[in-house]
Ligand binder design. Sequence first.
Ligand SMILES: Nc1ncnc2c1ncn2[C@@H]1O[C@H](COP(=O)(O)OP(=O)(O)O)[C@@H](O)[C@H]1O
Ligand SMILES: [Mg+2]
Length: 411
Amino acid sequence: MSTPSYVPWTEKHKPRSIAEIKEIVGEAEYIDSFVSWLRNWKPGDKAALLYGPPGVGKTLLVEVVAKEFGYELFQLNASDTRTEAALRRLVGQSSKTVSLYGSKGKLIFLDEIDGLYGVGEADAVKAIVELIKESRVPIVMAANDPWDPKLRPLREVSVMIEFKRLRSSSIIKHLKKICAKEGIMADERALKIVAELAEGDMRSAVNDLQAAAQGKKRLTVNDVSWLRARNRQYQAFDVLRMLFAAKRCDDARNVVNSSLLDYETLMLWIDENLPRQYTDPEELAKAYYYLARADVFLGRMNRGQKWELLKYIIDFMTAGVAMSKIHPYRFTKYGFPQKILLLAKAKGTRAIRESICEKVASKCHLSKRKASTEIMPFLHVMFEAPGLAKHDVSRWLGLDESMEEFLKKHR
Ligand SMILES: Nc1ncnc2c1ncn2[C@@H]1O[C@H](COP(=O)(O)OP(=O)(O)O)[C@@H](O)[C@H]1O
Ligand SMILES: [Mg+2]
């Protein structure tokens, strides 16, 4: 294909007609409801409010239907139009233009209506309600969450049309089509993984597919496995945030239950991110004390099969760590999930990595932490690539075989 590679596949492979959408999602009530609302609309009728999770084709359907029925779309994204004044000006103009020419061919589309926020949002809602009542052309809106109390006045003047998460099978169908057009042989299982991770969100599925498959002739399960790791990382970020923000012991403990991470992995995450979250030495010392206790108990539990110790381990690493907090929780960027995932996966790699960092630190006169964050990534790249100066570097640093192996494999 000659299309330049920076075109997002969500654009390039977007369905262009109602039939094409139906080919993917099957016969769908929401499509028919919207079409019949539009065809039957006359001045004084309700607006349409399309709602449902992101990436399920709300914006897409409006665009496609407008095109197919020959409407000129007058499209506004509500989250770009924060003040009532701006909104009023924009919609005012269009409705006037419309009434002036008595044109029937326009469709006003207020997208992401739940993105209205801040000062004047109530006025904006009022302005839209007025517009809906006066308009001589149909108005359609879209929202992720239409149940927001501030949108209530809009719900009252709208026909509500619900979009659900897309089925995995629909997503797979679309992904297959894209692969065919891009000349990629894709394993069914790989597509299945992409589709399932997207949880009904076509935009995210297509974006993931592009990230994993673009430029390839084949797409295997291996090519998409990192997507899963990435999702787990998000999981861990959320878990850490809940943990560090917990105000009560119970809330902190519950974090373990609500997470997919096992406690050993969670411990690594906490260990890595404690110094990012807690900057006051007193907090940090206390939190490390509890984490160390958890680690000691973990050792005892594993050595002696004393499973009854687990509850103490969990208490120490959750409640203990969370209650060490002196200052209020503040937003923190958590770090280096990849490394931790790898450490969790491969026993022993942690020690190897440590000793590489030690060598780098002493040779380069850096702290181990700097060596870890700033030099290690380059070493990984260097050792993965064929050629380059890795042998010289390895000799200079005094790396042994296991360390070289580690740098090659464990990015
Ligand atoms: N039913 C669908 N069939 C094929 N592609 C879809 C479908 N729904 C969404 N997409 C893809 O996902 C992208 C995002 O959809 P969009 O309509 O913007 O989602 P929403 O407005 O619901 O957040 C579209 O550009 C299109 O590429
Ligand atoms: Mg949209």
